[in-house]
Design a protein around this ligand. Sequence first.
Ligand SMILES: Cc1ncc(COP(=O)(O)O)c(C=O)c1O
Length: 387
Amino acid sequence: MTPTGHRLAAKGTIYLDWNATAPPLADAIRAVASVDAAAWANPSSVHRLGRTARANLEAAREVVAHLLGAEREDLVFTSGGTEANNLALRQAAALVTSRLEHPSITRVAEALEQDRVPVRWLATAPDGLLDPDEVASALAGLPPRSVVAIAWANHETGVIQPVAEIARLAWNVGAKVHLDAVQAVGKLVGVPLAWADTVSVAAHKLGGPKGIGAIAWRSSDSLRPLLLGGAQERGLRPGTQGVGLAAGFACAARWVMDGGSERHRTIAPLRDRLEQALSRFGIANGANAPRMPHVTNLSFYDWRGDELVAALDLEGICAASGSACSAGTAEVSATIGAMLGRERAEAAVRFSLGESTTEAEVEGAIAVMGRVLARAGRESPVAASAG
Ligand SMILES: Cc1ncc(COP(=O)(O)O)c(C=O)c1O
């Protein structure tokens, strides 16, 4: 099946929350349904129907592995990015990471600390970039096979980390690198396993179905299952696999391998237009660092981020404050807090565009936001620090 890229849309709304999840590809949804209908048997069953399901599962695995730069046998499917990150890190002998990361990394780090596993937190700069030299010094004195866990691109600001340099320095001292590629894969140029021992990814960020992700590796030595059960997924992820979900994942993976990063680059002018129009109402976060082309994150004057998101929702605009995965709760953005402090974090809103966002939508959003923001704007910075 060749994906057409046609996405399911919600009428009457302007969707600027692609980092939370991408609108699904119609072909990916169809692939889930058709494979679940035609190859519904348990892929571990040895009979012919089981073998058909298994063949579909392995065909999907091959495609997703290719996306990450792995061999087919070096990838297991998980329930999503959260589980993949947990699987990569929960058994680490020592961990180096940062407060910029997604909660599926920072919460594991905190749990490791409670278990008295050494964890070192990298310093966070106002621009959201990690310093590779810091990584090297953080690793000093830690046991061999300690893990450095970082995101290729940040989920809230889109800031792209110097992952190749970080990996080189970590590998020099025998450490392992786990790359959270959930937001970046298929959007940035590069093969994630070129700079990592393990890589995590989630289908729904690419236009695939929710409920499936993957971890791929150069070596699986340090991985231990989180769940106990059968021998599925090389014993690392017991439980009967969702073959339809895997087929939908593969469909989305094919779509992004076929020009995803090029299509993404073309979003930058729309993002820049939005950011520039909003800049009189707030201050952009992470805009001075290399960034993904589709994300802008601003802290607004005289607005709490969650209140602004609610006000925009009433006008049909979907945006996010806080982490994609804690939106809906009162938690403020941990990433912006680590970069620029609590005040900036409380006022932060993320707008993430996607490959089917149109100029008309951006202009429509700017017009609506101009009206909403003017209600309370005093047009002066919430904090003087640059970011
Ligand atoms: C950088 C990053 N890592 C991990 C995850 C977790 O992925 P999932 O929601 O599929 O579990 C997310 C989700 O937003 C993310 O942005």
